[in-house]
Design a protein around this ligand. Structure first.
Ligand code: FE
Length: 221
């Protein structure tokens, strides 16, 4: 099952490349739960701003930037990969990557957390020693990211790794498979945790992280 997030695009069913859609190409994917479902760890107010304003803003800006361009005919991932590292397309990259990263983030959380499937646990233990060692690495990546960014669990070849990316950075440009992500932009935690990013990360890892989603992305159960 393909569990990568789908930021709905009309591109796949669109008519010919010349007929650039005059209106929105992408729409904000629905949240996989209600906006109060992550409380009290992440408040409804945070979700409403984060999802309804920030996430929506990336989608709206992306639509503005790509309407009438060749990027309107690409998938979101293709757009991210085609614009990565190209200065003149930096704004498109930033908004496209943020749209993808956020869809992935919402699915990396679950209202009550999700127990770790056995297959994933075995892979984690063989790579990191034990689950605590992995969560220690995720915590270090999330708190060690200077400024805005993301902490990820990825599959690189056959190896599980923890990586961090700054700003809109995404592992999709590194040809590794994202399994799980924690958003460490201040907008993800400031209303609830103020400047205490480490407390936000600990709370996510303790209460909300969706290990079942990671296992689905890994293809193990
Ligand atoms: Fe965010």
């Amino acid at each position: 099952m393909n569990t990568q997030p789908e930021v709905t695009s009309a591109a796949s069913s669109s008519p010919p490349p010349q007929a650039h859609p005059p209106t929105a190409v992408y729409t904000l994917p629905p949240l996989p739960y209600g906006d109060t479902a992550l409380a009290p760890t992440i408040s409804a107010e945070t979700v409403r701003f984060h999802y309804g304003k920030h996430n929506q803003g990336y989608i709206d800006e992306l639509n503005k930037l790509i309407t009438g361009t060749k990027f309107a005919d690409l998938s979101l991932v293709q757009t991210i990969q085609a614009t990565s590292g190209i200065a003149e397309h930096a704004a498109i990259f930033n908004n496209a990557a943020q749209a993808w990263n956020h869809a992935f983030y919402w699915r990396s959380l679950s209202p009550k957390g999700a127990a770790m499937p056995r297959g994933l646990k075995v892979r984690i233990e063989s790579t990191f020693g034990d689950v605590e060692a992995l969560t220690d690495e995720l915590r270090a990546a999330a708190t060690g990211q200077f400024g805005s960014g993301w902490a990820w669990l990825v599959l690189d070849g056959a190896t599980l790794k923890v990586v961090k990316t700054g700003n809109a950075g995404t592992p999709l440009t590194e040809h590794v498979r994202p399994l799980l992500v924690i958003d460490v932009w201040e907008h993800a935690y400031y209303l609830d945790f103020r400047n205490r990013r480490a407390d936000y990360v600990d709370a996510i890892l303790d209460k909300l992280i969706n290990w079942a989603f990671a296992a689905e992305n890994l293809g193990s159960s």
